[in-house]
Design a protein around this ligand. Structure first.
Ligand SMILES: [Zn+2]
Ligand SMILES: [Zn+2]
Length: 401
């Protein structure tokens, strides 16, 4: 099946779409699933595809005499489908033909793998010990697509809730090609956004004592946030705050009225996350007041911590070792500081998120361009193994009941 999965991946890669509305990608997924014995539904508020595969014979009838009391458990497999607002610079033969859009996070591979797994499992439908839900999800990159799919009922798509859910993510660097990596507990960080506006009073730059300059006050906030990180948080439950956008003023001899900045906050526990939400706005407000200015800090919750269930992470690691050999699995020592909206699924269903190294041979994983780089390359050779892992996780987990 490698050939057809690769073709699907290349077709999706050539025409990347961003956000919650991915009509071309959705059409390609529906075409790839066409003819399979699946119950398919599409999203209302987003272009998702949910496909349900139930046990049954090739004619689509329930297996009758072979049925062992009830339809069996449900397992959910998730693949995200959206791209990023990046102009591709890889020079690949199947590179994006759309300027300003690129599958730089490898979600094209996840979509193709999940469609491949639907085909594999459909062929084993008669022996399927339960039901599989395939969750093709738009809008992972900051649009909370998983949350919308949950609101639209993906967790109830099979009639009853999944006993387990699995997600897979390729990486273009860090992990050697073909290495799977997971861990129990926190797998990825929570990601929240901090929006700060400092209100001063503009004036002539030569007489700042007649104005209320918001720029030095905003600068003090930026450095104070780093002090907050080191003085208020346990080093063994770390947080990251990065100011990624900072804007004020127009020229050298004018004090502006306002300064604004945006920061991302990453954390790995509910305790640290709620402490951030409380301490950051307080610090910003107090610094502004200390200088006779005002400021507001909006702490907006985005994605929660992606938490792997310990038993499901162990099961995923066992499955990787059994299918591919123990040398192909790596127990991740630490969580990653990236974030995932699969976290919303894992808040409700025990499961595991697994990383897969897809760095092309010839690239050093330690120096290769990262996911989200305009130069990121993911090797097609990872597709077959990712497809196999999705299918094996479902089959083996359903067999456990
Ligand atoms: Zn990404
Ligand atoms: Zn991603």
């Amino acid at each position: 099946m490698s050939g057809e999965i690769t073709e699907l991946r290349h077709a999706i890669h050539r025409e990347p779409e961003i956000g919650l509305d991915l009509p071309k990608t959705q059409a390609k997924v529906l075409a790839a699933l066409d003819g399979l014995p699946l119950e398919i539904s599409t999203g209302r508020g987003l272009s998702s595809v949910t496909a349900v595969l139930r046990r049954g014979d090739r004619g689509g009838r329930p297996p009758g005499s072979t049925q062992r009391g009830g339809p069996g458990p449900v397992v959910l497999l998730r693949g995200d489908m959206d791209a990023l607002p990046i102009t591709e610079e890889t020079g690949l033969s199947y590179a994006s033909v759309i300027r300003g859009a690129m599958h730089a996070c490898g979600h094209d591979l996840h979509t193709a793998m999940l469609a491949g797994a639907a085909r594999l499992l459909s062929a084993r439908r008669a022996e399927l010990p339960g039901t599989v839900v395939f969750m093709f999800q738009p809008g992972e990159e900051g649009y909370a697509g998983a949350r919308y799919m949950i609101e639209e009922g993906v967790l109830e798509a099979a009639g009853h809730r999944p006993v387990a859910a699995y997600g897979l993510h390729v990486t273009s660097q860090r992990l050697p090609f073909g290495t799977f990596s997971t861990r129990p507990g926190a797998m990825l960080a929570a990601a929240d956004q901090i929006t700060v506006t400092v209100h001063g009073r503009g004036g002539h730059a030569s007489v700042p004592h007649h104005a209320a300059d918001p720029i030095p006050v905003a600068c003090e906030m930026v450095t104070a946030l780093q002090t907050l990180v080191t003085r208020k948080f346990d080093v063994f439950d770390p947080v990251v705050i990065t100011v990624g956008s900072f804007h004020a003023g127009t020229t050298d001899n004018v004090i502006p009225d306002e300064a604004r900045f945006l920061a991302t906050a990453r954390s790995f526990s509910e305790e640290s996350r709620s402490a951030l939400a409380e301490l950051v706005p307080r610090l910003i407000g107090d610094i502004a007041r200390g200088h006779g200015l005002t400021a507001e800090a909006i702490y907006a919750a985005e994605y929660p911590v992606t938490v792997n269930d310990a038993a499901e992470a162990a099961f995923a690691a066992e499955t990787i070792a059994a299918v591919f050999g123990p040398e192909r699995g790596e127990a991740a020592q630490f969580p990653l500081t990236g974030a995932e909206d699969f976290s919303f699924v894992l808040e409700q269903v025990p499961g595991a998120f697994v990383m897969l190294g897809a760095c092309p041979p010839g690239n050093d994983p330690l120096t290769a361009p990262t996911n989200h780089s305009a130069h990121a390359v993911f090797d097609d050779a990872a597709l077959a193994d990712g497809t196999a892992l999705y299918a094996e996780l479902a089959l083996r987990r359903l067999a456990r009941g």
